[in-house]
Ligand binder design. Structure first.
Ligand SMILES: [Zn+2]
Length: 115
């Protein structure tokens, strides 16, 4: 599962952050997962639950996932469509079918609360 390796990467980051801040416990983690990142949020949570149970540092931490909407720009009229859902079928302004995604594929560690 792709998400497990993402969570492993996240835990490495958390370990580094905790070491830098001389923290011994992660309280909460806020992630921003773009709708076009290909990450299944439920799987990510699942992986987080499994791996955090094995980590003294992260055990019991709260995972907060924010998803920002995806943006698609119309190649004809430049109209930008914002959607939290799947890609729109066409531009609502001019009907053109060629829409390009703009961002929305990022996985960002927004904030970490630790002690
Ligand atoms: Zn358009």
């Amino acid at each position: 599962m792709h998400e497990i390796s993402l969570v492993q990467g996240l835990f490495q980051q958390l370990g580094d952050l905790a070491a830098e801040n001389q923290a011994s416990k992660i309280i909460s983690v806020t992630m921003d997962i773009g709708p076009l990142s290909g990450v299944v949020v439920d799987s990510f949570r699942f992986g987080f639950d499994i791996l955090s149970a094995e980590s003294d540092l992260v055990r019991g931490a709260q995972l907060i996932v924010e998803t920002s909407p995806a943006r698609y720009a119309c190649t004809s009229c430049g109209n930008v469509v914002e959607t939290a859902d799947k890609k729109p079928d066409g531009c609502p302004q001019c009907g053109d079918l060629l829409l390009f995604p703009q961002g929305g594929d990022d996985i960002i560690l927004r904030s970490v609360e630790m002690e």
